[in-house]
Each structure stands twice: as C-alpha cells, then as structure tokens.
Design a protein around this ligand. Structure first.
Ligand SMILES: Cc1cc2nc3c(=O)[nH]c(=O)nc-3n(C[C@H](O)[C@H](O)[C@H](O)COP(=O)(O)OP(=O)(O)OC[C@H]3O[C@@H](n4cnc5c(N)ncnc54)[C@H](O)[C@@H]3O)c2cc1C
Ligand SMILES: *[C@@H]1O[C@H](CO)[C@@H](O)[C@H](O)[C@H]1NC(C)=O
Ligand SMILES: *[C@@H]1O[C@H](CO)[C@@H](O)[C@H](O)[C@H]1NC(C)=O
Ligand SMILES: *[C@@H]1O[C@H](CO)[C@@H](O)[C@H](O)[C@H]1NC(C)=O
Ligand SMILES: *[C@@H]1O[C@H](CO)[C@@H](O)[C@H](O)[C@H]1NC(C)=O
Ligand SMILES: *[C@@H]1O[C@H](CO)[C@@H](O)[C@H](O)[C@H]1NC(C)=O
Ligand SMILES: *[C@@H]1O[C@H](CO)[C@@H](O)[C@H](O)[C@H]1NC(C)=O
Ligand SMILES: *[C@@H]1O[C@H](CO)[C@@H](O)[C@H](O)[C@H]1NC(C)=O
Ligand SMILES: *[C@@H]1O[C@H](CO)[C@@H](O)[C@H](O)[C@H]1NC(C)=O
Ligand SMILES: *[C@@H]1O[C@H](CO)[C@@H](O)[C@H](O)[C@H]1NC(C)=O
Ligand SMILES: *[C@@H]1O[C@H](CO)[C@@H](O)[C@H](O)[C@H]1NC(C)=O
Length: 583
C-alpha cells in the first residue's frame, strides 16, 4: 500500500512538472488526479472532442493567437456531398469533388484529407449516400498551417499541455494512416516550401546539395534541380513530399540503382524534437537522430523542418515502357514472358537501371525502365529477350524506347501520371538471390496473387549501400533486395465489408507464401501491410531496438505517434480510434 502510494505521488509529481513546463495553464492537481487515477482500470487516453478536458473555444482561440492565426478547424472536403453541419448539400459541388477525388492534389492541398480511404473511415466520403455521415471523424480536428520552428514548438507545447494527439502531416500520401488521427491536431508542413541548391562543405562531403523545407514535393525539387543542371533522388509519384515520410522511410525512385536510396543522400536535418528543441542532426551533431531519421520511419522522432541532401550532375538517360496482354495466349505463355522479364532484372540493376512495373493476370506494364547515364542501345539489348519472346508468341504489345539528353526529360516523358492508390497494400522485399535462382517459384507465387484478384506492383532497384556513404537506419533487407514487391487489393467505394475482408486476405493469404520464401526478410515500411505481424522486425529489422532508444531520447514524453512507427506500441487505437497508452 505504501509502495502504491509512493508510486502515485511520484507519477503525480512527474505529471505536474511536465505540464507546468509550458506556457499554458496547467491542469490543477485535482484535475490531474482525476485524469490519471479516477478510473484505474481504464487505459490513460488522449483527450477526445467532447471530453470534459477538451480545450474550450477560448483556449483554442488563445492557441490560434499564439500561432498568428494559423489554426485551421477541419471542414471535410466532401462536405457538399452530405447533409451535415459544415456546408449545404450541393449535387453539383459534390459531383465536382467526386470527379477529382482520384487526383493527389485534391488531398495534398488540404490540411486534413488523406489518400488512403481506409484511414478516412468514411468519415465524410464523397461516394456514400447524401444521408450518410459527414463528420471530422478520423480526420484531424485541427491543423496548424506551419511556417516556422516556432509553429512546431507552440503546437507541441499546446498538445502536450492538453494531452491531445499530435500528428505530423505533409501530403497525406501515407498508406498506413500515419498522417491522420482521430481527435488530433496536425502540424501541417505543406507550406514550408523554401528550397535552394547549395555548395555543401563538411568533413564528410563537399559538393552540390539541395536544402528543402518540409513541405517541398518531388516535382518541385526536380524542377529546381533541373534549373541547376543537377538531379535529386525523388519518387515515382512526383507529388510525394521529400523530407517527410518518403526519405525518412527509405525512399525509392529511378535514380536509386545509380546513387542509393533517398535516405542515403541526406547530409543533415533540422528537427524540432519532442521536447520542443530545434536541433541539427548530421553525421557530426546528434548523429543518433541523423541515423534514425534516414530510413527509420517518419512521424516519430521529431518534426523535420528542413533536409539537406546530395545532388548529382545531370546525365543523358535511356528509358523504355512496355505493355503486353494475355490476348490469344495461354496463361502459361503470358507468365512465361513475365518470368523472362524478371530474369533480366539483375542485369538492368547492374547497368544502374531501375524498373517499375505492374502485373495483373491479363496485363503487364513496365512504366518505365530507366538507365540514368545509359544509352538506348544498351537498354534495348537488356530488354531484348522479353521483346523476342513476345514476337515469337505473336503477342500484342506496345513498346517505346528512347534516349533523352537529361534525366529530367526522361522522367517527364516516360513517367505516367500518378493517381491516388485505390488499393489496400501489402509488400515484401524480394532478395536478388531469389530473382537469380528461383524466378519460376517467384512468378508462380505472383500468378497466384493475381488470380486472387490482387494487382502487383514491382519496383526493381539496386539499393546496396554505396561505398563511402553514411550508415543509416534503412531496413538492411533493402540492401540485398532486387524487387520491392507490392500487392494491392482493389478498394471498394460501395462495400466496406469487402475492404475489411481484403485486409485479412492480405495478411493471412497473400503475404505468407512470400514470407515463407524469404525467411528473415522484410518489407518496405512505406508500402506494406498495416497489419503486418511483427512489423517491428519486418519493417526495421535488427535496427528496431536502437531506434526505439533514440525515439525515447528525443521524444521522452511520447508526443509523436504514427501507426507502425517506431514506438507505436506505446499506444493503442481503441475501437472509436481514440489513442490510449499501453505503458
Ligand atoms: C501514389 C503514391 C506513390 C508513391 N510512390 C513512391 C515512390 O516512388 N517511392 C517511395 O519510396 N515511396 C512512394 N510512395 C510512398 C511514400 O513514400 C509514403 O506514402 C510516404 O509516407 C509519403 O510521405 P509524405 O511525407 O509525402 O506523406 P504524409 O502522408 O504527409 O506523411 C507520411 C509520414 O511521414 C511523416 N512526416 C511527414 N512530414 C514529416 C516531417 N516534416 N517530419 C517528420 N515526419 C514527417 C508523417 O507523420 C507520416 O508518418 C508512394 C505513395 C503513393 C500514395
Ligand atoms: C484562427 O485565426 C484566423 C485569423 O484570425 C482565423 O481566420 C481562423 O479562422 C482562426 N482559426 C480557428 C480555428 O478559429
Ligand atoms: C485518376 O483520377 C481521376 C480523378 O478522379 C479520374 O478521372 C481518372 O479516371 C483516374 N485515372 C486512372 C488511370 O485511374
Ligand atoms: C470509424 O467508423 C466506425 C464504423 O462506422 C465507427 O464505429 C467509428 O466511430 C469511426 N471512427 C471515428 C473516429 O469516427
Ligand atoms: C497556409 O499558409 C499559407 C502561407 O504560408 C497560405 O498561403 C495558405 O493560404 C494557408 N492555407 C490555409 C488553408 O489557411
Ligand atoms: C553542430 O552544431 C554546432 C552548434 O550547434 C554548430 O555550430 C555546427 O555548425 C553544427 N555542425 C554541423 C555539421 O551541423
Ligand atoms: C505466329 O504467327 C506466325 C505467322 O502468322 C505463325 O507462322 C507462327 O506459327 C505463330 N507463332 C505462334 C507461337 O503462334
Ligand atoms: C510510353 O511512353 C510514351 C512516350 O515514349 C508515352 O507516350 C506513352 O503514354 C507511355 N505509355 C505508358 C503506358 O505509360
Ligand atoms: C484472373 O484473376 C481473376 C481475379 O481477378 C480471376 O477471377 C480469374 O479467374 C483469373 N484468370 C485466370 C485465367 O486465371
Ligand atoms: C548492386 O550493385 C553492387 C555493385 O555493382 C553489387 O555488388 C550488388 O550485388 C548489387 N546488388 C543487387 C541487389 O543488385
Ligand atoms: C524455390 O522456391 C520454392 C518456394 O519457396 C522452394 O520450395 C524451392 O525449394 C526453391 N528452390 C530453390 C532452388 O531455391
């Protein structure tokens, strides 16, 4: 009993000190006692809208003032499609929203919408009936339209003081719901658009670099790089942000075989930590944080303000795309050509190339294969076995191959526009050894996935650690992989039960054969099954324990939470999506 009492007093003191550290009115001892001990059986949870502890209108207004008016209350963007508290129903406005729903910009320009429909939870879905709900739901309640470290710091202080869930949001591309949260306040980084090409000089690297604010997207970085005759490692979808989840999660793209993953390019980060401190993380300063942010996953160690990364002189680039169909041939013949394609991958990677492809049981699309620094003739000869086999089988195909004077031109011409991904994902990194020695088993397993109704997306890169590049927290499985193999079950806008069932199918049926084929292997944390069993090992491998130590050091109060992020097991999302502590 005495021991219990001491524990209570200790917790009490810690809670009180933590809460008095900031500029906001601390909870009274009586309030604190109620929060922590009146319902000892209940997990301690983040405050939710409607709770007695949820800030009052005056408190929100005060907070808004400290931010210079940058606080945005969420109005779901499909509100016109429903009878709700936000905006009047309008058939024409609803149709307008429906018509652009598949475009990433519909979501990334907003402070709340996310592209992964599962995590929007039909809170305000443009495709449900007029009378269906339109609520803030799993969208963030408020977003802070951040433009400075001070905005980050104020938001961290406010959410900490009021025990509110905090979310870091840039574009809302994340597949695992890491950039939204019920009852949360978001630090919205979209408008941090500063960028410049600089001459960087440290004991580790001297040369051209790009410094980007947290809101800079791939296409913007590509443009400024191109204007300066250099190239930057960005993704295949040009609207993904580069300093957030993409680079922090690893970051693949068409320059990876030549230069390494996006995470491998980082020279330094400016970061606001969970204690509100603005720090620089590089190989020489806060090197543990530098290591963790480069590949150890977004949204959990701190809020990145800027990132500085290496860039490379522009090069002539060869690129090709190919589509072929199963029309008029057996599935055996069709998948036979797919296997031939798979066996060409190692030599494409060795030439510094990257291949992006997609497979259904009727269609194969290569969109595209690119060799920065390569020639058309070289690429042609690498793809020749596939083309020959298509010809030999009289198969229908469309093939374009070209040589461009810059990588930028190749990317602009050959990279198809990216829509929001209307699939629920799961993925596995496939080692080069399997591609080389067991392509038939691999392709047979892929055919089985297709026949269960899922599409396959392959990103084939050589992400080996380049000599002289800094060590970082990228999942080591990437280093020996030849394919980031991603499966997608089609999203149904009309049948939620199908979506629920497809999540189970992903975890229990589609992924296990690939897990069995790659024991001890892993998955790319940004393109994976959100319900991946043992995600800690699968996404982070042997780095997990160290990453969590670093998380605890820079975010000692567990302010940052992102599902499947490092340290996410400190929290659990309840049925109503409220976040509750498990510690
Ligand atoms: C259509 C599409 C195409 C894609 N193509 C590629 C590709 O080619 N290559 C590839 O590697 N990946 C690709 N991805 C996956 C992509 O890398 C992830 O979705 C990634 O999380 C997006 O990062 P974001 O910051 O733009 O997104 P958000 O959803 O805004 O954020 C993602 C995560 O990063 C965190 N985060 C964002 N900003 C910060 C910050 N400043 N500081 C700390 N944490 C932050 C968020 O909290 C969240 O956890 C693609 C995704 C989609 C939907
Ligand atoms: C914050 O203040 C600005 C400027 O006064 C205002 O436009 C905005 O609506 C306020 N935000 C909220 C959530 O009240
Ligand atoms: C992309 O999204 C737009 C807008 O919703 C839609 O009209 C278009 O059909 C989509 N394109 C593809 C290829 O799915
Ligand atoms: C998500 O949807 C489910 C089912 O409609 C509902 O029970 C739950 O409350 C929703 N969550 C939020 C935060 O709105
Ligand atoms: C966010 O701030 C930027 C300026 O940094 C401004 O241009 C933009 O309109 C703001 N967005 C919203 C939704 O308030
Ligand atoms: C490291 O931090 C110190 C002090 O904060 C600063 O002067 C120095 O420039 C930093 N070095 C690097 C490489 O970021
Ligand atoms: C392809 O077409 C040619 C000419 O029509 C024919 O001779 C050949 O047998 C066909 N090959 C196959 C595999 O169908
Ligand atoms: C293939 O590339 C050409 C340009 O060479 C482009 O016109 C075409 O749309 C691309 N096809 C696909 C399927 O992306
Ligand atoms: C192709 O996949 C679908 C599911 O998407 C399946 O119904 C069909 O039987 C498959 N076709 C063949 C030829 O296996
Ligand atoms: C990547 O390239 C390096 C250097 O050419 C090579 O040693 C390694 O085997 C390649 N790895 C993969 C996975 O292709
Ligand atoms: C190829 O993969 C299958 C399925 O995982 C496995 O049973 C078989 O032993 C593998 N063969 C070789 C040569 O590795």
């Amino acid at each position: 009993m005495a021991g219990q009492l001491a524990f209570v007093v200790l917790l009490f003191a810690v809670g009180y000190v933590a809460l008095t550290e900031n500029a906001y009115t601390p909870a009274s001892p009586a309030q604190l006692f109620k929060r922590y001990f009146s319902e000892p059986q209940q997990p301690r949870c983040r405050t939710f809208p409607g709770d007695a502890d949820w800030p009052t209108a005056e408190e929100w207004s005060e907070f808004n003032k400290t931010l210079g008016g940058k606080l945005i209350a969420t109005v779901p963007i499909a509100s016109a499609c429903h009878v709700d508290q936000f905006t009047p129903y309008s058939q024409s406005e609803c149709a307008a929203v429906q018509n652009v729903w598949g475009y990433p910009e519909t979501h990334y320009q907003t402070s709340s919408s996310v592209m992964s429909a599962w995590y929007a939870n039909q809170s305000c879905d443009p495709f449900t009936s007029k009378d269906a709900q339109c609520v803030v739901g799993t969208y963030v309640q408020y977003a802070v339209n951040a433009t400075s470290a001070l905005d980050y710091q104020n938001t961290i202080a406010f959410t900490k003081a009021h025990n509110i869930r905090l979310v870091i949001r840039n574009t809302g591309h994340d597949y695992n719901g890491k950039s939204t949260g019920a009852g949360a306040v978001a630090i919205w980084t979209h408008h941090l658009k500063d960028m410049e090409i600089i001459d960087y000089n440290s004991q580790f690297y001297t040369g051209k670099a790009i410094k980007v604010g947290a809101g800079v997207q791939g296409f913007e970085a590509d443009e400024i790089a191109h204007d300066n005759d250099v190239m930057v490692v960005t993704g295949n979808c040009p609207t993904v942000g580069i300093a957030g989840g993409y680079t922090q999660g690893g970051g693949h793209g068409q320059l990876v075989s030549a230069f390494g993953l996006a995470a491998d390019q980082v020279l330094e980060w400016e970061v606001v930590t969970g204690t509100g401190e603005l720090v620089t993380a590089s190989q020489s300063n806060n090197s543990d944080l530098y290591w963790a942010l480069a590949g150890g996953g977004g949204g959990t160690y701190g809020v990145v303000l800027s990132m500085t990364s290496k860039v490379y002189p522009e090069r002539q680039t060869a690129s090709a795309n190919l589509t072929f169909l199963n029309t008029g041939v057996t599935q055996e013949t069709f998948y036979g050509v797919v296997e031939t394609f798979v066996t060409t991958l190692p030599s494409i990677l060795d030439a510094g190339g990257v291949s992006i492809w997609m497979l259904l049981n009727t269609t194969f699309l290569m969109t595209p294969t690119t060799i920065p620094g390569g020639t058309k003739q070289q690429l042609q000869s690498l793809l020749d076995p596939v083309i020959k086999e298509l010809e030999a089988n009289n198969m229908t195909y469309i093939y374009n191959i070209d040589e461009f004077s810059t990588y930028y031109d190749a990317y602009q011409t050959m990279n198809p526009p990216s829509n929001v991904t209307e699939y629920q994902l799961g993925g596995r990194l496939i080692p080069r050894s399997i591609v080389e020695s067991n392509s038939s088993a691999l392709v047979a397993a892929m055919q089985n996935v297709n026949n269960q109704g899922a599409v396959i997306s392959g990103v084939s890169v050589n992400a080996t650690q380049k000599p002289g590049y800094p060590i970082n927290a990228v999942n080591p499985v990437w280093r020996t992989a030849a394919i980031d193999l991603v499966f997608g079950t089609p999203w149904s806008y009309s049948d939620w039960d199908t979506n629920v069932a497809n999540r189970r199918i992903m975890t229990d049926e589609l992924l296990p054969p690939f897990e069995a084929m790659t024991p001890g292997g892993g998955a790319y944390l940004n393109e994976a099954d959100p319900n991946q069993p043992d995600f800690q090992y699968t996404f982070y491998n042997e780095n997990y324990a160290v990453l969590r130590t670093i998380k605890d050091k820079y975010d000692p109060d567990h302010i940052f939470y992102a599902a499947t992020g490092v340290g996410s097991e400190y929290w659990t999302e309840m049925e109503d999506h409220r976040l509750c502590r498990t510690f």
